[in-house]
Design a protein around this ligand. Sequence first.
Ligand code: 5GP
Length: 123
Amino acid sequence: MAYDRDNIFAKILRGEIPCKKLYEDEHALAFPDINPQARQHVLVIPKGEYVSWADFAARASEQEIAGLVRAVGKVAKAMGLEDSGYRLLANHGPDSHQEVPHLHVHIFGGQKLGRMLAVTRED
Ligand code: 5GP
């Protein structure tokens, strides 16, 4: 899938749409999800133009990959979730209901998160 420069997260990165920046460095940006699905719900995105995890894994530099992974760890820690725990999620494609075609990692926490998936294998 080609990268769409008009996606919402590209606009956030360009400053065309506001977000509450929780963390930013050379490679990554973190901000709260506009429609939180848990008491704490933060998105961490790479600054480069990547649609999915596979796209990122194939094309990103070692520095970008380390940057995103480290940013997720730092943000989860800054959210105060190290002891209580949290869940990471990266959606890709129609089966996952990915809405925004710019790679992003969801961090959920601040409450009991239930079982891994809301759907059963029969759904
Ligand atoms: P996906 O379903 O693609 O994994 O998740 C996209 C997420 O982006 C959704 O949870 C949605 O609420 C969030 N989102 C969509 N538009 C905006 C926005 O303009 N600002 C913020 N902060 N989050 C957004």
